[in-house]
Design a protein around this ligand. Structure first.
Ligand code: QAP
Ligand code: CO
Length: 165
């Protein structure tokens, strides 16, 4: 739209560069999103394009050096269920530990088993700023917890070193 300052003349998605461990920028604490505008929507599009391009199931803004509290996820088999969570938080519903072999686009080629609470209730905003909630278990629960960790500067490898020490 004209007059908005950050308009793209051609709306093509960009593949963003993903920060890799041990880049210190992966340790930054992301700030809440307070402006829900066209620029945010373009960032979300680029994050999905970046995640799909690298065969990921989740990507936090921190990983593309944007230190704002948003993440994109698609844990579906057919890669047809994009979900964006803005300013996400969660409550543990079932704290029974569930193990998954986790990976991370910021730690390419490295996978390790991590235990996390089985079931969570997630509170977030959508790209328009509207609040919503969802229940998550299985891979979705694990992936959301993994991505929210990124927004707090945490990586799944931190849990491994704690266990193995
Ligand atoms: C987080 O991670 C996750 O090493 C998302 O060479 C992963 O999408 C949560 C990826 C598993 C729970 C279980 C990693 C792609 C993708 C790599 C990812 C790689 C190529 C990781
Ligand atoms: Co990750």
């Amino acid at each position: 739209m004209p007059g908005q300052g950050d308009t793209r003349l051609i709306d093509t998605m960009a593949i963003l560069q993903i920060l890799e461990f041990p880049d210190p920028r992966l340790r930054k604490i992301a700030a809440p999103v307070s402006v829900f505008d066209e620029k945010l929507e373009l960032l979300i599009e680029d994050m999905f394009a970046t995640m799909y391009d690298s065969q990921g199931i989740g990507l936090a803004a921190t990983q593309v050096d944007v230190h704002k509290r948003l993440l994109v996820i698609d844990v579906s088999e057919n890669k047809d269920s994009p979900q964006v969570l803005i300013n996400p938080s969660f409550k543990i519903i079932d704290d029974e530990p569930v193990e998954y072999d986790e990976g991370c686009l910021s730690v390419p080629g490295f996978y390790e088993t991590v235990s996390r609470p089985a079931e969570i209730r997630v509170f977030a905003q959508d790209k328009k700023g509207d609040q919503f909630e969802l229940m998550a278990d299985g891979l979705l629960s694990t992936c959301i917890q993994h991505e929210i960790d990124h927004l707090d500067g945490k990586l799944f490898v931190d849990y491994i070193s704690m266990l193995k020490r």
